[in-house]
Design a protein around this ligand. Structure first.
Ligand code: NAG
Ligand code: NAG
Length: 387
């Protein structure tokens, strides 16, 4: 699965440099250039197990959605229905609960409270998938076990538009390590730097994991901690997460923790076996099981997508007439991937036949090309920030 990252020759650096300059000065061109076959025609790898899916039984896996006090299921009706119907179809436990009935009220921030709730539920199962309420399942044929691995107690994923670990979802196994980590993390609330733009749990997970996984890198930890403490806006927050990510390097696996990646450092993207020949290394990292819906205007692929994020009832829009393009749309709109409502009575074990809106189903190539273009745009912007 992993190739060693190596840069073979000096000319390769020159090539990178030229590429960098090209990106800096012709950013939009490179994004639109359909001839960039190294960029847009290369599939994102999908990290899935095809080995033994039954190493962990479905009935011992709980899918948990924690709502803040007073939040109603209707606010996320389609997303939650899809998750419940999916859980029923495969025999997973489905738990929809509120965060005020688990003894987690001592935590002030609802974002931390939900992790506390997860830590209370986890001991009853072998594993828990935590999902934000606005995540829906689109590809009901996928199984959670495909994304799990006996080697890892915690599986996080990168968000698609930033170098950030997303806390909207993770998978944790009921081991001492998994339980301790989530419990400790929920209590990390008290370490949020006061008065800074800290990003609550999404910001905190970076510092927390860095302290856990690199306890001896004191200097780097301190530098990142200062960046977090001094953060006043999104750009600062970005600098802070980048600081942490440089500690993590290009790895995805850290002992019992795995971070499903899609962002690669440029040096790991190209490999240059000949003086002027670079090939794209696409076997490096897998992609997560959930991504933001708006990135592709709601178009998804049966081959690559599993869950979509951002399905809030009051942001639902009608699918427009006319041809649809696989490109980012407003972050506050989405189209329902489904035709008609879920009939919860018919969501039973073995029913994986759902009615999708066929107009929103795209090919893997189209969806990935759209995602890659967006990723490239972000990378170009990042370079501008660093200038
Ligand atoms: C898969 O794992 C289950 C449970 O550990 C076991 O019973 C089954 O024989 C395994 N199947 C294969 C094909 O290895
Ligand atoms: C399976 O469940 C879906 C979602 O509720 C429903 O639309 C469909 O009719 C069901 N299929 C069968 C064969 O019952």
């Amino acid at each position: 699965m992993f190739f060693p990252i190596s840069i073979h020759s000096i000319p390769c650096f020159t090539l990178f440099f030229i590429l960098f300059l090209y990106i800096l000065f012709n950013g939009d061109d490179i994004i639109e250039d359909q001839d960039s076959e190294y960029l847009y025609r290369v599939p994102y790898p999908i990290m899935r197990n095809s080995n033994n899916e039954s190493w962990i039984k479905s009935e011992n896996i709980a899918i948990v959605i924690v709502l803040a006090e007073g939040v109603k299921r209707e606010y996320y009706k389609i997303a939650i229905n899809s998750v419940e119907c999916y859980a029923k179809a495969h025999g997973y436990q489905f738990i929809l609960t509120h965060d005020n009935v688990w003894g987690c009220d001592y935590l002030k921030d609802k974002f931390f409270r939900r992790h506390c709730v997860i830590s209370k539920i986890l001991p009853k199962y072998e594993a828990v998938l935590h999902l934000d309420a606005d995540i829906g399942v689109v590809n009901q044929k996928r199984k959670l076990q495909e994304y799990m691995n006996p080697q890892f107690d915690l599986i996080f994923h990168d968000r698609h538009f930033s170098p950030e670990i997303g806390m909207a979802s993770y998978i944790v196994r009921n081991t001492q390590y998994g339980l301790d980590l989530i419990t400790e993390f929920s209590n990390y609330e008290k370490k949020l730097p006061e008065g800074s733009f800290h990003g609550t749990d999404n910001g905190a997970i970076h510092m927390f994991l860095a302290e856990k996984l690199f306890p001896h890198n004191l200097i780097e930890l301190e530098l990142c901690r200062r960046a977090w403490r001094n953060s006043q806006n999104v750009a600062d927050q970005f600098a802070y997460t980048s600081c942490i990510r440089s500690l993590f390097g290009a790895n995805t696996d850290f002992g019992k923790v795995r971070i499903l990646r899609k962002v690669r450092s440029l040096s790991s993207v190209f490999r240059c076996p000949g003086v002027c020949m670079c090939v794209y290394l696409y076997h490096l990292y897998g992609t997560g099981y959930v991504r933001d819906d708006w990135l592709t205007s709601g178009i998804w692929s049966l081959d690559r997508d599993f869950m979509l994020h951002g399905l809030k009832t009051d942001h639902l829009k009608k699918v427009p007439y006319g041809p649809l393009r696989v490109s980012p749309m407003s972050q506050t709109s989405w189209y329902s991937p489904f035709e008609g409502d879920f009939d919860m009575e018919r969501c039973v074990l073995g029913n994986t036949t759902w009615n999708h809106n066929p107009r929103l189903i795209g090919t893997r190539e189209d969806v990935e090309c759209g995602l890659r273009k967006h990723e490239m745009k972000i990378a170009v912007k990042k370079n501008h920030i660093y200038q």
